[in-house]
Design a protein around this ligand. Structure first.
Ligand SMILES: Cc1cc2nc3c(=O)[nH]c(=O)nc-3n(C[C@H](O)[C@H](O)[C@H](O)COP(=O)(O)OP(=O)(O)OC[C@H]3O[C@@H](n4cnc5c(N)ncnc54)[C@H](O)[C@@H]3O)c2cc1C
Length: 285
């Protein structure tokens, strides 16, 4: 490990092993990257994220540009000699509100353009906001949009591959603007579909019905279409809820569930109970 000035702190050297586009050419570019960290002291658990430190020079004299990415695979096995980690990166742009011009996002474009063999500096891993229960009979409701699905892939690997199966019900509600946006749901080698044949796993993919709908809107539709299923699970005392992704997904869930509960207060009371019992966690960026 080496040390960069605060606020970045300790860093570790990684090498890009593989970079694969997992959305088709016509869709928003999302890539699955696999990195290798040679330092065995770098250990992580599911739900954590890493920082990617893009070397400068950068605009406004910033020496570094740091952005975080959720780790999309389960922790290393004891027999693994090196630490491999997967991340899911969407190529981002931002629009200048005054000029209307589009600029490439620094970190996501750096990662999407990186080639195998390239050295990449990482910071972290950072604390996971998620609390995965040890109890195999607990129900897991995972709700996300876009790249928010990354930590859910890590959880699916953990419970089905590393822990050998899960007895509680596992439900993934996943919203995208088009089917092409649904990273990991489309790609054959890296997808969550590997777990579709598990008796306890079920995924609900929901898509926008018109070009004005966002992925959060699509998620809202998917939740509404499967309301009895999700509502039934939310009543169960052993259900844990995980939210991840960009934008308004927390508001969407609050809206749909308040309607189902009959009032905002009734839903908030159920949700607060889950928060207090450590059965609710979210990562919104
Ligand atoms: C804990 C945490 C985990 C994250 N995990 C992931 C991840 O697994 N995969 C990932 O691609 N990003 C993830 N992000 C977002 C990521 O850190 C960067 O913000 C993103 O890559 C844009 O950085 P940039 O330097 O390219 O552009 P910036 O100049 O920082 O941002 C460009 C624009 O892109 C928008 N944007 C940022 N992230 C996304 C996104 N994922 N999808 C759509 N638009 C976005 C921003 O709102 C902004 O308008 C995560 C953020 C946090 C805080």
């Amino acid at each position: 490990m080496s040390e960069l000035e605060p606020p970045i702190g300790p860093t570790v050297a990684a090498q890009l092993l593989e970079s694969r586009r997992i959305t088709p050419e016509k869709a928003v570019e999302v890539r699955h990257l696999t990195l290798r960290v040679a330092d065995p002291a770098f250990q992580f658990v599911e739900g954590q994220s890493v920082g990617v430190v893009v070397p400068g020079p950068h605009p406004f004299g910033n020496p570094y540009h740091l952005r975080r990415y959720s780790i999309a695979n389960a922790r290393p096995r004891p027999e693994d000699e090196t630490v491999a980690l997967d991340i899911l990166v969407r190529r981002c742009f931002y629009i200048d509100e005054i000029s209307g011009e589009r600029y490439p996002g620094i970190a996501s474009n750096f990662l999407c353009d990186a080639r195998p063999g390239q050295d990449i500096t990482l910071s972290g891993p950072y604390r996971s906001p998620f609390q995965m229960p040890q109890d195999k009979t607990a129900n897991l409701v995972m709700i996300g949009t876009g790249t928010g699905v990354a930590p859910f892939r890590a959880f699916a690997q953990l419970i089905y591959e590393r822990r050998g199966g899960w007895d509680g019900q596992v439900r993934l509600f996943y919203g995208g603007r088009t089917g092409l946006d649904l990273a990991y749901a489309n790609d054959e080698e890296t997808n969550l579909a590997d777990y579709y044949d598990q008796a306890s796993f079920k995924a609900f993919k929901s898509l926008a019905s018109n070009s004005l709908m966002s992925s959060s809107d699509a998620l809202q539709r998917g939740l509404r279409e499967n309301l009895d299923e999700v509502w039934g699970l939310l009543q169960a005392p052993k259900t844990h809820v995980f939210l991840a992704g960009l934008g308004k997904i927390a508001q969407v869930l609050d809206k749909v569930m308040s309607e189902r509960a009959g009032s905002v207060e009734a839903w908030q009371s159920l949700k607060q109970g889950m928060i207090q019992e450590g059965r609710w966690s979210e990562l919104i960026y």
